[in-house]
Design a protein around this ligand. Structure first.
Ligand code: CA
Length: 227
């Protein structure tokens, strides 16, 4: 199976990866929930192991967002706290199973096998905002059925904005999650602004409804109805 492990404790993440690989699974690691969410949207996984306590947004928040966006990837939550509240929150958010740390590896494997027997659901749906449609597998973007000619970077940028539609995305977030270079948001480096400007030209120029907006001093947002 293709398994995504979202875990910020590096040692544990590596142990999980080694153990799952030894059982013939393909493993991808993510260290934050945002990164995990991005990967779930861009690649196909059969199972996700999701830590609850993560830097930034918690595993439960990420899971809730995933389910809202229609991602049906089975999720096994990992938590350090065994409280009824945590269990209920996780299951309410859409977790399929729950494991409390520290856990024995054979127990994890038993649960992974149980979840895999439920079968795989194809998790990749097109993303839509107004008449903008993105096929993240085929990497095609269209407005009103017309293809937009985007570079790979512009596609990634637009996808990130669309996944966060309605929420302002900061330059720091784009530097970290799209460029993978956290230093990019320094005032000396206007690459992000240049790319957004070019992207806006391609997405909005020939259409009456504008989707990409700059929020002064904060960042950028994609939304359908601008105030
Ligand atoms: Ca953690």
């Amino acid at each position: 199976m293709r398994i995504l492990v979202v875990e910020d404790e590096q040692k544990l993440a590596q142990t999980l990866k080694d153990g799952l690989q030894a059982e013939q699974h393909t493993v991808t690691l993510a260290r934050t929930g945002e990164e995990g969410f991005y990967l779930v949207g861009t690649q196909s996984f059969d199972l996700m192991l999701l830590d609850v306590m993560l830097p930034g947004r918690s595993g439960i928040e990420i899971l809730g967002t995933m389910r809202q966006h229609g991602f049906k990837t089975p999720v096994l939550m990992l938590t350090a706290r065994d409280t009824v509240e945590d269990r209920v929150l996780g299951l309410d958010a859409g977790a399929d199973d729950y494991l409390v740390k520290p856990f024995a590896f054979p127990e994890l494997m038993a649960r992974v096998r149980a979840l895999s027997r439920r079968g795989t659901v194809n998790t990749t749906l097109p993303l839509r905002v107004a008449d903008l449609e993105m096929d993240v597998v085929g990497r095609l973007a269209k407005r009103s059925g017309r293809s937009l000619d985007l570079t790979p970077r512009e596609f990634d940028l637009l996808e990130y904005l669309v996944r966060h539609r309605g929420h302002v995305v900061s330059r720091e977030m784009l530097a970290r999650e799209v460029w993978k270079e956290p230093g990019r948001h320094t005032p000396l480096d206007n690459a992000i602004d240049v790319h957004v400007a070019r992207l806006r030209g391609k997405v909005d120029e020939n259409f009456e409804k504008k989707l990409v907006e700059t929020v002064r001093g904060v960042g950028f947002v994609v939304r359908e109805d601008h105030p």
